[in-house]
Design a protein around this ligand. Structure first.
Ligand code: MN
Length: 330
């Protein structure tokens, strides 16, 4: 729960701002891009100048949300001045400097006030005002509340962006973060005519042959530990090349092993383009996994977490697995 005084501080920052930069974490997901675009729409309806700058491009699957082409990939020569001129920076869906990439390192040096809106377990106090609620289903839920408090109508692009946040972060209202409030938010957006069928199709019915190939490779590589309670697989750069798949097409592949009978914890190890490893942890909701992620310098939510590991696949996988086995007491 967020204290009323913190809501008031956040609202005061938004109202007082004139030029705002909105950003989120590397490897944008539906909640990150959805909450960014929703907040950008909200702010522009309030008459503010707003720029959405990220350390990476919008994954193609979410481009349909950005009809105005608002979200830009940060390039120093083009965008540095925007960060210097801004009087407010809003950091969404993350409270960890390390996961903000280049935009984060520039923001740290800037004069702009900072507001963080998030539902992860806080890693860094990276803003003056931390509007953070770990019980919120998605960051979009907090932007939704801001929109209501600011009396901005929940229509058009704003509604579609907010619906995307709650739909994707709850895995279509299936994960453990699905809450009465998540359903209330969805219901209110539906009452306002959000095109939920179109949004679902855009996000979940666009499997490319490359992604299916990757899924097949992932299934071939499935391994089990602890009598089938842990399932894990790797996605290597070689597999990506073989399938002609892009890095972003690995998103949510970790959900596949979680759906196996008896599996409590699923782990996906993805080889990054620079030869390191990203791990994604997904729990069915009985075993808390963010401690495992934080042991390796990452974080997230109790039942969905991740970390970036320094080292090659052969080195890091055994280290993670030995810690993962310990989750079950051996
Ligand atoms: Mn989120």
């Amino acid at each position: 729960m967020i204290e009323e005084s913190v809501w008031q501080q956040a609202l005061a920052l938004l109202r007082a701002s004139r030029q705002v930069v909105v950003t989120s974490h590397v490897n944008l997901d539906g909640d990150a891009i959805g909450s960014e675009l929703a907040l950008a729409e909200l702010l522009s309806q309030m008459g503010k100048r707003v720029h959405v700058l990220n350390d990476g491009a919008v994954p193609p699957v979410y481009l349909f949300l950005d009809a105005y082409g608002r979200a830009e990939r940060y390039q120093e020569s083009l965008h540095h001045h925007l960060l210097e001129e801004a009087d407010l920076a809003v950091i969404l869906d993350i409270s960890d400097w390390a996961r903000l990439g280049e935009v984060g390192s520039v923001l740290r040096q800037c004069q702009a006030k900072r507001l963080c809106i998030d539902h992860h377990i806080v890693t860094d106090q990276l803003a003056e005002v931390m509007l953070v609620d770990e019980t919120a289903s998605c960051t979009g839920e907090l932007v939704f509340e801001l929109a209501k408090r600011l009396r901005v109508p929940l229509r058009g692009h704003l509604a579609a962006a907010l619906y995307t946040c709650v739909l994707t972060d709850t895995g279509g209202f299936r994960f453990s973060n699905t809450s009465p409030q998540a359903h209330r938010m969805a219901a209110e957006l539906l009452e306002n005519g959000v095109p939920f069928l179109d949004i679902y199709e855009h996000i979940y019915e666009q499997n490319s042959p490359a992604r299916l190939c990757l899924l097949a490779e992932a299934i071939k590589d499935l391994h089990f530990e602890n009598g089938g309670r842990i399932a894990w697989f790797r996605v290597t750069q070689k597999m990506l090349r073989h399938c002609r798949a892009s890095y972003w097409e690995t998103e949510n592949l970790a959900e596949m092993p979680r759906a196996i009978q008896g599996v409590e914890v699923a782990i996906m190890f993805t080889e990054t383009p620079d030869g390191h490893v990203k791990m994604s942890l997904r729990s069915k909701g009985r075993v808390v996994v963010h401690h495992l992620a934080s042991k390796f310098g990452g974080g997230g939510h109790p039942y969905a977490a991740g970390a970036r590991l320094q080292g090659k696949m052969e080195q890091v996988v055994p280290q993670v697995l030995s810690e993962a086995r310990a989750l079950f007491g051996y």
